[in-house]
Design a protein around this ligand. Structure first.
Ligand SMILES: N[C@@H](CCC(=O)N[C@@H](CS)C(=O)NCC(=O)O)C(=O)O
Length: 234
């Protein structure tokens, strides 16, 4: 049986949701972020040298330790074809499917993380004069690059989701749940949770629809506290 090494408030929520949608039997090993630094604990480094989550250990012949949420999502979707969470190369939506599957970690997450890390750097205690200069530099970097990148990404996703809704689809690609949804929900729900009023309506609508899925609710129960889930979550 696979074991998911789950870190609270993290991308491994993607995998809990995926496992619930597949109806997979698995073990869960929780790891908790350091409350001060927000970083993963050493217990995760003991499993996987990068010390990042999600990580899944498989009871296959070569005792695989698999990191990268995209790789994990693809692995389980491909090895459970009956659930039909992938799109085949001969399907007209195949290229769109690959695009959104990779857009999540390739384009959407980097400016989000940069905003988060640089924002945290601004709140760190520093001597007064150094703080004034450091904050200016941080703002310059954010304003020149990461903030506009993030805004462009949001507009790009919003336009796509508006088109999907106009075509009667609840999902990112075609008219069914695919691995692209597991990948895209995480950055979108994180943004909706941190700035609900400033997010555009189709992104908010999409996040709400995914949150209402029974398997998503099941995943919340399995993972415990999660800052980016629906506000009324247990
Ligand atoms: N691209 C990787 C990123 C993994 C990653 O950075 N995970 C974060 C949680 S969302 C983490 O483990 N952070 C803890 C740390 O860096 O100490 C993936 O998609 O799995």
């Amino acid at each position: 049986m696979p074991t998911l090494h789950h870190l609270n408030h993290s991308r491994s929520q993607r995998i809990l949701w995926l496992f619930a949608e597949i109806g997979l039997d698995y073990d869960i090993q929780p790891h908790f972020r350091d409350p001060k630094t927000g970083l993963a604990p050493d217990s995760l480094k003991a499993i996987f040298d990068l010390g990042r989550s999600p990580v899944v250990t498989l009871d296959d012949d070569v005792h695989t330790t698999l990191g990268e949420s995209g790789a994990i999502v693809e692995y389980f979707a491909q090895t459970h074809p009956a659930r039909q969470l992938t799109i085949a190369p001969n399907d007209p939506f195949y290229s769109q499917y690959l695009y959104w599957l990779h857009f999540a970690e390739g384009t959407m997450m980097p400016p989000l993380i940069a905003n988060l890390v640089l924002g945290k750097a601004k709140t760190k205690k520093k001597p007064f004069l150094i703080k004034a200069i450091a904050d200016k530099v941080i703002d310059a970097i954010l304003n020149a690059y990461y903030a506009p990148n993030n805004e462009q990404n949001i507009a790009h996703v919003e336009k796509h989701l508006a088109q999907q809704v106009a075509q009667g689809s609840d999902f990112f690609v075609g008219d069914k749940l695919t691995t692209a949804d597991f990948m895209m929900l995480f950055p979108l729900e994180a943004m909706v949770a941190s700035a609900p009023k400033s997010m555009p309506s189709h992104i908010v609508g999409y996040v709400n629809r995914m949150h209402q899925r029974p398997a998503y609710q099941q995943a919340l129960q399995a993972g415990g506290e999660y800052n980016f889930g629906p506000k009324n979550a247990a």
